[in-house]
Design a protein around this ligand. Structure first.
Ligand SMILES: Nc1ncnc2c1ncn2[C@@H]1O[C@H](COP(=O)(O)OP(=O)(O)OP(=O)(O)O)[C@@H](O)[C@H]1O
Ligand SMILES: [Mg+2]
Length: 259
């Protein structure tokens, strides 16, 4: 964002915040402004504000889940449809452990130093991975928009409540087959390895599995891509095995995917 736009937004935001004291609720979208302002820093609020003026969302309706490094907000667009807003927290994020997933990926070879940059880059990376998957026909939340540390995507779930993860769902052999086929499609069609493929990062919906949390996803040319793929296969196999489902040998799955 250029300084001028940023200054403009800032004063606009300040005015809105001032006017909030006079009349509530706010028309500018921060219906639950209190929640927003307690969780988010000013640059992030300004980024959300920009998304409102860009008509990505009409307002923010509240939080869906709060992790250590990201918060998921429930946004609503001009047509009243839900939008998932994944906000990477700039202040608390420990991005050191994320470096291995971004350094080595040829799509992100021009890394600037500094945590804030890395946070922004991470949001961009997740958006890009989602886009590659979406175009390849892999079931992921449809990506809408990314600016700074905020990623907007299709909301998977109903009325502001996210769909159930595999972790909290009943699962069967069909789900297992679909999970393995998604891993294969990620590799062969989207040219990506997820890097954090697990029961936590897959929704089970009426239409089948939907994979998300793609920030760790790496390009196949990443030097550790195969190592990450093996770990993904092991993790998901371990989960289904624990649930009493007959799983295939991990090495065999790996060979089938990379051959
Ligand atoms: N597109 C979406 N639609 C609806 N809910 C979502 C969506 N993406 C994420 N969520 C919800 O937000 C939670 C966290 O998202 P995600 O796994 O992408 O972030 P994370 O960085 O792993 O955060 P955490 O540290 O909380 O695990 C998910 O478990 C899910 O409930
Ligand atoms: Mg996750």
């Amino acid at each position: 964002m250029t300084d001028i736009i940023s200054k403009k937004l800032e004063s606009k935001l300040d005015n809105k915040l001032k006017s909030k004291q006079k009349r509530s609720p706010l028309e500018d979208g921060f219906k639950k402004g209190k929640v927003v302002n307690e969780v988010l820093d000013k640059p992030t609020v300004m980024t959300l504000y920009k998304m409102i003026t860009d008509h990505v969302i009409a307002y923010v309706n509240g939080t869906v889940s709060a992790g250590k490094e990201s918060v998921l907000f429930w946004g609503v667009d001009d047509d009243g449809a839900s939008v998932a807003l994944k906000i990477y927290l700039v202040s608390t994020a420990n991005f050191k452990k994320r470096e291995p997933y971004i350094l080595g990926d040829p799509r992100f070879s021009h890394l600037k130093k500094g945590t804030k940059n890395l946070v922004y880059l991470w949001a961009k990376k997740e958006h890009r991975n989602l886009t590659q998957c979406y175009r390849a026909g892999i079931p992921v939340p449809r990506p809408y928009y990314v600016t700074n540390n905020v990623l907007a995507m299709e909301f998977i779930g109903d009325g502001g409540a996210p769909a159930k993860q595999l972790l909290t769902s009943e699962v069967d052999a069909n789900d297992y087959a679909q999970a393995i086929s998604i891993l294969g499609d990620l590799y062969k069609k989207a040219k990506l390895v997820h890097g954090d493929f697990s029961e936590y990062n897959i929704f089970k919906t009426e239409k089948g599995l939907v994979v998300f949390d793609l920030g760790s996803g790496v390009d196949l040319r990443h030097p550790n891509a195969h190592e990450f793929l093996k770990r993904d296969i092991n993790n998901i196999g371990r989960f289904f095995n624990k649930r009493g489902i007959l799983v295939e040998d991990s090495d065999k799955i790996f060979e089938d995917i990379v051959k």
